[in-house]
Write a protein that binds this ligand. Structure first.
Ligand code: NDP
Length: 394
């Protein structure tokens, strides 16, 4: 068996480091060719020493010399800057690109990789949220595999294996409900960033953890699912399942439902995306029904957690609206993490940005980049206004 040659975008993040654990467990299957980071030079250098890639990229150009010097005794090419991310994925010696950057920064490198005919293991859901139609058309055109890493989408994907001829009635994406499940708007007015970062079941990067607390993560996943599985909005339902054991479900035309279950551990969906179509033995902790005598399900509360409803609205509006939603969300999450806006203000700013940004029914890659830029400008302006009010109220 020849080794799968991998470029890992976002190696220093939560998904990136777990992907490297999976790779390390199967040295006979995988070969790391490229590792990239934004600013975490120290970890990138450490990873380069362990995995010996041919190329590393540090997106933050001010860190270039530090990385270059730290790796001068090993044969590795060091590149810097965002543009280098698009360059490295085109390398002829790469079979699969793991897209594990966070935010819309993942779009261009992922598109470049698809255009170069590489298979993609996709964690960066923002790529499909921002430009789902364009990305799926490119996937078709270049005949590449787009393998989901997100646990819910991996679950749906696994349920679909062997069902090529079957009609899907609908899918159910499960959501843990986050740290504020069951809380009302009054309570949410004063919740802190530290509270929002305490996810009950998953340890993840800061952005997705806040998105999980606001239910925007589920909203982004609904849009991601629409594109990945070619579904209509009415075919995608969200159900809150606090135990995070049932990772998602598919209901077929005959009413039969298939689900994928397991302990909440991202290494499993990462491994499946890397080894697909094989299932490979591992030593991950096994799920035991006795430890979870109750698996419960409830409806999401879209009155308290408006982001999920906003994401459905953006999906129905189509065109560049999900891109506007995503850009505004990235701005408000960064502001919330800095303590500049309150929890509920995030939805207000996203909604107003959706109203103020120019909606286009169809968009090119450049249109999406421009929409992203302009929507961020609007959201930043709204954050500045909200920040003053928020600090006065505090
Ligand atoms: P992290 O914030 O932990 O990691 C992000 C990675 O991307 C880091 O390597 C970071 O580098 C790099 N990065 C960030 N911004 C840029 C940029 N502008 N240019 C280049 N590189 C950049 O995120 P996660 O691993 O949590 O999430 C990654 C993606 O996977 C997200 O889209 C998320 O929604 C999705 N996902 C994550 C899950 C999880 O369990 N974490 C579960 C399912 C999906 P540096 O470290 O140097 O900052």
């Amino acid at each position: 068996m020849s080794k799968k040659r991998i470029a890992l975008l976002g190696a220093t993040g939560s998904i990136g480091t777990q992907a490297l654990e999976v790779v390390q467990a199967y040295p006979e299957r995988f070969d790391i060719q490229v590792l990239t980071a934004a600013t975490n030079a120290e970890l990138l250098v450490q990873q380069a020493r362990t995995f010996r890639p041919r190329v590393v990229v540090i997106a933050d150009e001010s860190k270039y010399l530090g990385v270059k010097n730290a790796l001068r005794d090993i044969p590795v090419t060091v590149l810097a800057g965002e543009a280098a991310l698009e360059e490295v994925v085109r390398d002829g010696a790469i079979d699969l690109v793991i897209s594990a950057l966070v935010g819309s920064a993942g779009l261009r490198p992922t598109v470049a990789a698809i255009r170069a005919g590489k298979d993609i293991a996709l964690a960066n859901k923002e790529t499909l949220v921002v430009a789902g139609q364009l990305v799926m058309e490119l996937v078709q055109k270049h005949g590449v595999n787009l393998l989901p890493v997100d646990s819910e989408h991996s679950a749906i994907f696994q349920c679909m294996v062997g069902e090529a001829g079957a009609t899907v009635d609908k899918i159910y994406l499960t959501a843990s409900g986050g740290p504020f499940r069951g809380k009302n708007r009054e309570y949410l007015t004063s919740v802190s960033c530290e509270q929002a970062l305490r996810h009950p079941n998953w340890v993840m990067g800061a952005k997705i953890t806040i998105d999980s607390a606001t239910l925007m993560n589920k909203g982004l996943e609904v849009i991601e699912a629409k594109w990945l599985f070619g579904l209509q909005a009415r075919q995608i339902d969200v159900v809150v399942h606090p135990q995070s054991i049932v990772h998602s479900l598919v209901q077929f035309a005959d009413g039969s439902i298939k689900a994928q279950l397991g302990l909440p551990d991202m290494k499993l969906p990462i491994q499946y995306a890397l080894t697909y179509p094989d299932r490979v033995e591992n030593n991950f902790k096994r799920f035991n029904f006795v430890d979870f005598p109750e698996l419960t399900f409830e409806r999401p509360d879209t009155v308290a957690f408006r982001n999920l409803a906003l994401a459905y609205q953006a999906m129905e509006a189509g065109g560049n609206m999900p891109c506007i939603l995503n850009a505004a969300n990235e701005v408000v999450v960064a502001a919330f993490l800095k303590g500049n806006v309150g929890f509920l203000q995030m939805s207000d700013i996203i909604e107003e940005t959706m109203q103020r940004a120019v909606h286009m029914a169809a968009a090119t890659l450049d249109d999406y980049m421009e929409t992203d830029r302009k929507s961020r400008e609007i959201a930043v302006e709204l954050v500045t206004k909200a920040k003053n009010l928020y600090h006065i109220a505090k």
